[in-house]
Design a binder for this molecule. Structure first.
Ligand code: NAP
Length: 248
């Protein structure tokens, strides 16, 4: 699954699943533009260096993905800097967990804007390029909670479910131009997003996972590599669960 210099944009690339995807795809020969939001410039430079050590072009761009106008601007400058775009990976995401009765309007709006509206923003900014070249692969990071729901995560589950509807609609609208849209729905993956879980919560989750462990960011990255590469050329509109069999 060599990427042969494909130009890839990953939102939220400096840590967790996004960082793993960036490293995996650079190792496979992809040129990597990634965005960051709160990460420090030292982390950004370190990642740029690591990615370049695979012999590919790489650059980080500061971006709040929930902002439509800035996203358009930054995506335009990425396309100009790299000379095009082949793959868009919408990975940036946040949680603001609470039971619905205690959830504030801000918690709701922020999670919907960063997780879901952001994909509208990036897709609007990239589609013209994909349409012109009559090819493109859009990979959206959803979650198993977008399929099954989760108490305490109504905002996050709604956003992740919205990503699924959006992905399937994009597949229908853009398929005739050879633009594919797929989503990955990870289960519980070991990143900053899940590090607040207590030992006993982890044990409860593990008992529900046939593979009996949390997943690694690299295991989500392997799926992203498949969807970014031509090995998945006849695959669109699909939601691939990377969850250790948690929901079969
Ligand atoms: P993470 O370690 O918390 O990383 C989140 C990423 O999103 C960071 O790179 C962060 O950038 C970026 N980000 C946050 N707010 C942003 C904004 N407003 N604009 C641009 N970027 C922003 O989380 P993760 O676990 O790797 O999660 C990555 C994706 O996988 C998310 O969409 C998440 O919902 C999904 N997911 C995770 C799990 C899991 O178990 N971990 C399960 C299912 C789905 P900065 O650090 O620079 O701010």
């Amino acid at each position: 699954m060599h990427l042969n210099g494909k130009i890839i944009l990953i939102t939220g690339g400096t840590r967790g699943i996004g960082k793993s995807i960036a490293l995996k795809l650079a190792e496979a020969g992809g040129q990597i533009a990634f965005t960051y939001f709160r990460s420090r410039s030292a982390e950004v430079e370190e990642l740029e260096q690591k990615l370049r050590s695979f012999g590919v072009k790489s650059k980080g761009f500061h971006l709040d993905v929930s902002d439509f106008a800035t996203t358009t601007q930054i995506v335009d400058s990425i396309i100009e800097t790299f000379g095009g775009l082949d793959v868009l990976i919408n990975n940036a995401g946040i949680t603001r967990d609470n039971l619905l009765l205690r959830m504030t309007e801000t918690d709701w709006d922020t999670v919907l804007n960063v997780n879901l509206k952001s994909i509208f923003n990036t897709v609007k900014a990239t589609t013209k390029t994909f349409l012109k070249q009559r090819s493109g692969s859009i990979i959206n990071i959803s979650s198993v909670v977008g399929i099954h729901g989760n108490a305490g995560q109504a905002n996050y589950a709604a956003a992740k479910a919205g990503i699924i509807g959006l992905t399937k609609s994009l597949a229908l609208e853009l398929g005739s131009r050879n633009i594919r849209a797929n989503a990955i729905a990870p289960g519980f993956i070991q990143t900053a997003m899940t590090e607040h879980l207590t030992e006993s919560q982890i044990e409860i989750y593990k008992s529900k996972i046939p593979l009996n462990r949390l997943g690694l960011p690299e295991e989500v990255a392997n799926c992203a590599l498949f969807l970014a590469s031509d090995a998945s050329s006849y695959l669109t509109g699909q939601i691939i669960q990377v969850d250790g069999g948690m929901f079969t």
